[in-house]
Design a binder for this molecule. Structure first.
Ligand code: HEC
Length: 113
């Protein structure tokens, strides 16, 4: 019996599951649209009413991308961002694990022009 034929499909199933686990619920685009775009915009430009009001920055601007390390972005998504008075300007992301937060960091990096 050929082992590749036996184990091939199992390997594919595990790979798909691992990939899906790294994506936030509903997939990254849908999660971004539902949870992040109200402030950061669909294209990451923060060109929304809420984004302008709260002072979200344009993620397509390379200069703004340099302001944060991946670690800082990770922390911001996981723990939220507060203003000087300690009030949340961005709440911690819900229903995502660390792997899924990493894919959100990558999403934000991909907005850079
Ligand atoms: C209520 C508005 C709001 C929502 C919703 C929101 N953010 Fe933010 N976010 C901000 C503000 C304000 C900042 C701080 C200024 C800036 O960097 O744009 C920020 C900053 C960030 C930063 C930069 C890191 C840092 O230290 O400032 C990242 C990355 C980020 N947000 C990702 C996300 C992701 C991913 C989501 C969705 C899960 C999200 N944001 C949802 C308002 C929001």
């Amino acid at each position: 019996m050929n082992k590749t034929i036996l184990f091939g499909p199992a390997v594919i199933v595990i790979r798909v599951a691992a990939f899906a686990a790294a994506e936030p619920p509903g997939g990254i685009s849908q999660y971004w649209e539902k949870t992040c775009a109200s402030c950061h915009g669909m294209e990451g430009k923060a060109d929304t009413k809420a984004g302008r009001k709260i002072g979200a920055i344009d993620f397509t601007d390379p200069k703004n991308q340099e302001k944060f390390t991946d670690e800082q972005m990770f922390k911001a998504i996981k723990e939220g961002v507060k203003d000087k008075k300690g009030k949340f300007t961005m709440k911690p992301a819900e229903n995502v694990n660390d792997e899924q937060i990493k894919s959100l960091v990558a999403r934000v990096r991909a907005f850079k022009r």
